[in-house]
Every structure is written in C-alpha cells, then in structure tokens.
Ligand binder design. Structure first.
Ligand code: ADP
Length: 370
C-alpha cells in the first residue's frame, strides 16, 4: 500500500519532525492558550492563543512562565505561579484568579495545570502543560445570576413574611371568636402582599422570556384612540381613589400604529401605574401625538419626581429610589427594566424628564414596524 511504502521509506528523524509539525498545528488550532513547560518550568512550546491571552507578541520559548505572567486572587493578593505549578502533581484547575497586564487591567482566568509523566522506561525530564482561557464574560454572567438570585430571594422574603404574619394573626383572632375588623385588616394586608408577589412574578416571567429572546412581536394595526380610551377606563378608578385628575391629550390626526398591541399596552401601563403610584396631588396626563413613521406616547405626572442622579438608574434591574416617598408604596423595581426590554423589541425610544417635587414625563416613540 502506498502509505506503508512512504512510511517505511521515511527516515526516523523526518518522521519525528512530521509528528512535531502535526502536534504544533493541532495546538495552534486550539482556542485555549496552551503552554508546555519543562521540569524547570521553562517554556518549551506554546500556541498563538497563549500569546493572545498573555498579550505578548514575541517568542516566549525558554522563558520562565512566572516571569511573563502575573496573577492575583480576588483579594488582589499576588499568586506564586512557581509554587502553583510545582505543587501540581495531579491535574488541577483554578477559576478565581485574575491575570494582570502591565497597564493594570485584568481578565478572569481559567487555568489548568497538568503534570506530564513520561512513559515507562523513557528518560528525560518531566514537565507540565498549562491551559489558559479568558473567562471574564462567563464570570460576569455568573455574578449577575448570583446577584439576581440573591436580590429576588431577598425581595420575596419580606412580603411572604408579612403575609404569613397577618394570616396567622387572623387565625388567632378568629380562634378567640371576636374582633371581625381586625381579622379583616389582617387579611387585607396579607392580600396586598400576595398581589405584590403576583405582580413581581409576572414581571419576572416577562423578563425571563425577554432575556431568552422568547418574546415574539406580533404586529397588528392599533387604533391609538381605542387603546388610550381603554387604558383611561381601566385606570380612572385608581386615579380617582387618590384624588387626582386624569387628563387625556390626543392628537386628532393619529393614524393606525403598526406594532404589538400587547407590548405597547404593557409599556404604557407601566408608565401609568408608576405615575399614579408616585403622585399624591395634581394630575396624570396620558397623551399621544403623530410623528413621522410612528407615534409618540407620553405620561406626565405632578408627583414626587426623580432626582437627577436617579434618572439614569430607573431602568436598571431592581432599582428603586432611596426617597422615603418611593418606599411608602410597594414596588419591585422591575417594571421599567421590563419596559426597556419591551421597548427594544419594538425598536422604540424611551425618554424621561423629571424634576424633584414637580413631577415626571415618560415618553416613548414607537415606530411602525411594517
Ligand atoms: P417600581 O416597582 O419600584 O415602581 P419601576 O421599575 O417601575 O419599579 O421604577 C423604578 C423606580 O423609578 C421606582 O422605584 C421609582 O423610584 C422611580 N420612578 C418610576 N416612575 C416614577 C414616577 N412616575 N415618579 C417618580 N419616580 C418614579
């Protein structure tokens, strides 16, 4: 067979060099940085990805790894790479160290160190292979997820504790067989907390669908007059309950809007419920005006307003102002975050103008999607 013939005709040193080339192209095709060290921890082989991660552009053969790589732990304590490698008698890996560059920037590093055991009876020194991967992105996702879980569990704990306390209080009062009003009040408070929990779960499920890209925009022709009058009808009782005035301000020349009725409605509902929640006197205005290729909606209130420093944070996940007046009402800090996600799906632009103690204006321009 031709292959056999070539093999047997190839001198040993040539075969070795072919093997070497194969090995080199194999490790060079890897996305992870690979560095082979001899027994003295000097570099004998490396690939392009290793140079990329270390941010170097000249040969590192013959150098000590510890002389070209600086690492710190999460407390900024420097890591002794020499000892790390010397102690690696079996494969080990690290995910919590940071690789430091001369300009003081850092990346999260995955580093695995494996000892190389030469085959039985072979002479020559042992060494190590080191694998390097930049895991900054994964780490930041992990941190975000951990923070999300901790905030959600914290946010859930308070209403559950209040609802549980009120229900057990109501049971006690019922057992004693009197004070109907107190039972009613305890149940009302428990009910409020359950409503809050259900709002939060709705926000979370919309959010999770938006984040997984599972929300589908079904474009329909929306009659804006009808939509606003529907919202007016829904929110008039809440506005009245707070002694506020509801003003509807519609451009008479509004054309049909081509967008998702469900999401446009959800965005406006978030603006309106916030306007009602954070306003104790004055009015709420819901308006819409025609703009080229779309419609601009606005919700204006004469409420507590938002400080300059808070204005850019209101769309952040779980953000709620520290203002004590905000804390007087229930809120998850998710409404505007979800709103922003929906706005992106609709290719819409959101704007907020607000002045403390005067009120806020939330505007959204929604373009026609067809
Ligand atoms: P929440 O459930 O707390 O209302 P949102 O995401 O809807 O969550 O809003 C985030 C924060 O933005 C609120 O907690 C509040 O501090 C501020 N905010 C939003 N809308 C208004 C408004 N109309 N007036 C004053 N503050 C507002």
């Amino acid at each position: 067979m031709p292959t056999k013939k070539t093999d047997s005709a190839t001198p040993n040193n040539q075969k070795d060099s072919i093997e070497h080339e194969r090995l080199l192209s194999l490790i060079n095709s890897m996305g992870d940085g690979v560095i082979a060290l001899d027994a003295k921890q000097k570099i004998i082989m490396y690939n392009g990805a290793a140079l990329n991660i270390l941010d170097l552009n000249s040969s590192i053969t013959g150098k000590f790894l510890s002389s070209i790589m600086k690492m710190v732990d999460s407390n900024n304590q420097s890591i002794d790479i020499k000892t790390l490698i010397a102690n690696a008698r079996t494969p080990v890996f690290y995910r919590d160290y940071l690789l430091c560059y001369p300009d003081k920037s850092t990346v999260n590093l995955y580093m695995s160190i494996a000892p190389v055991h030469l085959g039985y009876g072979k002479t020559g020194s042992e060494g190590h292979t080191v694998l390097l991967r930049d895991i900054t992105h994964e780490k930041s996702l992990e941190e975000e997820r951990d923070e999300f879980i901790s905030v959600v569990s914290h946010e859930l704990r308070t209403p559950i504790a209040i609802a549980e306390g009120n229900i057990s209080n109501a049971q006690l009062i019922v057992d004693k067989g009197e004070k109907k009003d107190e039972v009613k009040e305890a149940l009302r408070q428990a009910h409020d907390q359950i409503v809050f929990l259900s709002d939060m779960i709705n926000d979370l499920s919309t959010l999770s669908r938006a984040q997984r890209g599972k929300l589908v925009v079904e474009v329909e022709s929306i009659n804006v007059h009808e939509l606003i009058s529907d919202l007016e009808h829904n929110y008039a009782p809440d506005v009245k309950k707070k002694g506020l005035k509801l003003i509807i301000d519609l451009d008479p020349h509004l054309e049909l809007l081509q967008s998702s009725r469900l999401y446009v409605r959800e965005v406006l509902q978030n603006f309106i419920t916030n306007a009602i929640k954070y306003t104790d006197k004055g009015s709420i205005t819901i308006g819409a005006k025609a703009r080229s290729n779309g419609i601009e909606f606005y919700v204006v209130d004469t409420g507590i307003g938002i400080s300059k420093s808070d204005q850019h944070k209101v769309f952040d996940k779980f953000f709620r102002s520290e203002d004590f007046r905000t804390r007087q009402s229930n809120g998850t800090g998710l409404g505007l975050y979800v709103t922003m996600k929906l706005a992106r799906l609709l290719h819409a632009e959101i704007d907020v103008h607000s002045e403390l103690n005067k009120g806020s204006v939330f505007t959204i321009f929604i373009p026609n999607l067809k």
